[in-house]
Every structure is written in C-alpha cells, then in structure tokens.
Design a binder for this molecule. Sequence first.
Ligand code: COA
Length: 331
Amino acid sequence: MPRTEFIATGFHVPERVVTNDDLATMMDTSDEWISQRSGIKTRHWVSDGETGATLAREAAHQALARAGMKPADLDCIVYCTCTPDHFEPGNGVFLERELGLRDVPALDVRNQCSGFVYGLSVADAWIRAGQYRRVLLVGAEVHSRGLDRTTRGRDTTVLFGDGAGVAILGPTDDPRRGVLSTHLYADGRHAEKLWVDAPGLAHDPYISEELIRAGKHRAVMDGREVFKFASVLMPQSVATALKANGLSPADLKLLVPHQANLRIMEMVQKTIGLRDDQIYMNIQKYGNTTAASIPIALHEALCEGRLGRGDLLVLTAFGSGFTWASAAIRW
Ligand code: COA
C-alpha cells in the first residue's frame, strides 16, 4: 500500500492587517492584555468581495503552481472550515467552482481547529486505498465577519483571524516517507465550552431577532476550560503519535501545533520537552485561524527551511467539540 506525501503547500491571508491597537479602538482592550495572554500582535481580516472560498482559491493556486499542476489535475477536494460562506451547501463546492472544476468530489469537514488533521486522516485513507491520487486538502476560515467587535465579545474576538492554507496530497511508493499515522479524538461533553449556538435547527425558528439580540450567533468560549484541556490533550496526542511509531521527542524535527494561543503552545513545548527549534509558532502574525492555522504554519516553516526530506514532522490540534488530533509524517 502506498503512503501519502505532501506534494505542495500554499497559503493566503487577506491584505487587511488588524493590530491590537486597532482592536482597542473598537472595544475595551489593549495591546498589553492581548500580547500577554495570547502572544498575538496582528491578524488579517477580509475586505469586501473576499470570502472563505476566494481565500482558499488563492492558496490553492499557489500550491498548484509550486507542484507544477493545474486545477484539472486534482481529483478530490477536502475542505475544512467552521466558518462556511453559507449555511448550505458546504464550501467545498464553492471552491470547486472557483477553480473551474466540475465532477470532482468535494467533502466538507466540520471539526473546527482539529479540522485539518481530521481532513488529513480522511485524505490519507483514500490515497492509501487508491481511491484518489491528487487530493486538495484545505483549511480556510473567515472569522472576522462573525466576531462581536464590541467589549461584550472581547475575550474571543481578539484571538481569531482569517486565512487559508492548503496542501496537495498524493501517493508515494517510498516506504520511508509520507504520513505514518493519524490519531483523532472527540469528547462532546464539552461541546458548549466553545461554540456558536445559532443559527441552528435545534431552535425553532432556527434564526430569529431574539437569538441575534441574545448574541447566540457569536462564538462564545469558556477560555479557562479550553486552556486547561488543550494544554493537556495536545501533548498527549503528540506522545501517542510518537509512541505509535516507536519514536521519541528527540526524533522530532518539527512540531507544528494548531496556533491556538502562544501560552498553550509554550505549555505543549514544555510538557513534551522540546527545544525552541523543534516547534513552530506564527500566531503572533495571524491569530488563531482555526482549521487554517496548521497549513499556514506548515507552509511558512517549509519556506524558512525548518523541514527537510526525511525529517519527522508531527501535527497536533485541539479545538471546539472538544476535538483533538495528531499526525506523524516522515517528510
Ligand atoms: N481585553 C481586556 N480584558 C479582557 C479581554 C480583552 N480582550 N478579554 C477578557 N478580559 C478581561 C475579563 O473580562 C476579566 O476581567 P475581570 O477580571 O474584571 O472579570 C479579565 O480580563 C481576566 O479574564 P480571564 O478570563 O480570567 O483571563 P484569562 O487569564 O483566563 O485569559 C484567555 C483569557 C481567553 C486569553 C485564556 O483563557 C485563554 O487563552 N484560553 C484559551 C483560548 C483559546 O486558545 N481558544 C481557542 C482554542 S482552539
């Protein structure tokens, strides 16, 4: 059975940069509070005309160019987002249309910050089974239009940003390389600790002025609980990925964690016992871009030469659900 390799990556963020000082003009917050608690300095927000699908399209074109491929060479799209452009259908078909494709299957993955690793697991299974040979795996989010830009929403609004990251995946016959394993987890007991209640068909009607007035269409988060679980479960998922492959932290060239919060990533680093050069962090520039954060970070790490052929890469994610996941990859 072949393994799955990353053929090329790409990313795209909107041009508009929003600084912590910009946020302080909209709500009662400060650069000091945001920097100390999250490490974030800037994030990107979409402007008129930009959507999740257009961000993903730009990232996809970049990866296709790096791979020397055309959209028609793709035979499947796996699109991971928790901020779809529309309630229905999912964003996969909108991206397919943006890429000028027809007849290519488009799967939508709704696993929030763990979306990219969940999507990787599905794409990896399809590629190893021989069902698809060229899979475009996308993580893309537009948070900014859903954020409460008043003081009421400050605990979540300051953390999230917009962006898209993609990977083109395909089979390799080199037994020493590719995705070694993926490990997925979920615990729905914590579903309401980071969620957007409405619109939702649990409500009748599923959207109403009353729901909007109550702010039910905004992301709400129990930040302390999220922090507590993330800083335990992310290192645990990395340990599982290493153990499953008979490896140890010393073997790790690079850990690319979901960029949730600088303090969470520092806890992860400390718990596993990694040197600074073994973990990649770019949350300072982009904030938390949910399903896009890992592919954006991976792309930047590659551009900076942090990963070479044969190196061991581990991905780990944690987010709303709670869901969490890891993947071990021999580059
Ligand atoms: N600016 C200024 N003050 C803020 C603020 C903001 N943006 N957001 C909240 N505050 C205030 C609170 O209202 C509170 O004020 P009070 O003490 O007068 O009630 C105070 O700051 C402290 O709030 P608290 O929630 O105790 O802060 P914290 O130290 O737990 O930090 C988070 C809050 C959100 C930064 C932190 O819990 C966290 O990082 N959680 C994980 C979030 C995350 O990663 N989510 C994504 C997961 S995928």
